[in-house]
Design a protein around this ligand. Structure first.
Ligand code: MN
Length: 388
């Protein structure tokens, strides 16, 4: 075994001893955020992450991250259960196998554990990181290379109050940080959400684009009542206005009102994407590494979008630079990611645990070009924020 002399292995050696998985280490970290964040069903002031480090026999360590939008309300996945699933079931399923055989490792994980895509995604990211580092290439290079070096970001307005949302948006526009905004709705009665969206859209008219995410809280009747009010007020995109399963209502809303409809909770899987595309239910797919269970699955969803003439968009669970970089690898390489992203974790968090966080500039977030996902843990900060 001469791999210790150089971390680089030949492409044909991805099944080699050097890439054999020796250990899967997990830790929960709690990072501070810049302001309290109101989701449809939860309000948070710190964000938890599951950090996964996969060690290989050749000495390469891959880094991955699991995240949720402030708890299990979104999909049932939580940071704490992700750690149990990885430690107890997923790690034993892949230890001793080659980190280079990522699809085969998903088969093993799926055989051992139903669902739990978020936990699988954290492992998947670390596996891609290992392969990239082994080949001394960024992950997007393994996906065919770069078609864009950055994505424009959509900032989440989530104070829950129009005046403070407007003040935050004004500040972001002036600083060149964001000019596309997504209001988080669903926590308040429909009238309040609609009126707040209109107030923000009118205050920023001509300077910024305002969208709203209802996180599937409304039904079609409520949507029919309030979407016209929001369109009249200048709101341009409605994300997941109704329940994820209700593809027919999504299609009727986009046909009835002509507003762009984005799928988030409607598109977890490749099969969801296929059915949404074939029923012309939405204008945009939000892909997320967590909900798809990994990077390759996101690329497949983006490919279905491309085939159907649908735009795709980099969604987020407010990952740190680690998880956000995973999503950026897909955005860098896939043609259909023409609708930008909400990859804002790096500026939403008040601190990070990597030595070189993502770069945000001129309304965009930039794809790191270092090997793998391009992130290295800052051990001091990692230990500081690690949950005791
Ligand atoms: Mn959403």
């Amino acid at each position: 075994m001469n791999q210790l002399a150089s971390p680089i292995v030949a492409v044909s050696d991805l099944g080699a001893e050097a890439l054999r998985i020796r250990a899967v280490n997990t830790a929960i970290v709690d990072l501070p955020i810049r302001r309290a964040h109101q989701f449809a069903k939860a309000k948070i002031s710190t964000q938890a992450f599951l950090i996964v480090e996969i060690e290989t026999e050749g000495g390469i360590t891959g880094l991955g991250e699991g995240a949720t939008p402030g708890g299990p309300w979104w999909s049932g996945d939580s940071i704490e259960t992700m750690k149990v699933m990885v430690d107890t079931y997923l790690a034993p399923a892949i230890i001793g196998q080659s980190a280079g055989d990522i699809t085969a490792l998903h088969n093993l994980m799926n055989k051992a554990v139903f669902a739990n895509q978020f936990a699988k995604a954290a492992i998947d990211t670390a596996l891609w990181d290992i392969v990239g580092k082994a080949l001394d290439a960024p992950v997007y290079a393994l996906f065919g290379g770069m078609v864009r070096d950055s994505t424009e970001i959509s900032w989440a307005l989530a104070t829950g109050v129009a005046a403070s949302d407007i003040a935050e948006a004004e500040d972001m526009v002036e600083r060149g940080a964001a000019r596309v905004f997504k209001l988080k709705g669903g926590a308040k009665p429909p009238r309040e959400d609609a009126e707040r969206a209109v107030a923000v859209a009118q205050a920023l008219a001509g300077r910024a684009e305002i969208r709203i995410d209802l996180n599937q809280v409304w039904d079609e009747t409520t949507a029919n009542q309030w979407i016209p009010v929001m369109i009249e007020g200048g709101v341009t995109v409605v994300e997941q206005p109704v329940q994820g399963w209700n593809f027919d209502a999504l299609r009727r809303i986009r046909e009835r009102f002509g507003i762009k409809v984005m799928a988030d909770e409607s598109v977890f899987t490749l099969q969801d994407a296929m059915r949404l595309a074939s029923s012309a239910a939405v204008d945009v797919f939000a892909f997320k590494v967590m909900k798809a269970g990994g990077l390759h699955a996101c690329r497949q969803i983006a490919g279905i979008a491309e085939a159907a003439g649908i735009a795709s968009y980099g969604g987020t669970f407010l990952e740190s630079s680690i998880g956000t970089s995973a999503g950026l690898q897909v955005a860098a390489a896939e043609r259909s990611v023409t609708f930008g992203s909400e990859f804002i974790g790096g500026i939403w968090l008040a601190d990070e645990i990597v030595t070189e966080p993502l770069v945000y500039q001129d309304f965009h977030v930039f794809v790191p070009t270092r090997p793998g996902i391009g992130m290295t843990l800052d051990r001091d900060k990692f230990n500081h924020y690690r949950r005791k």
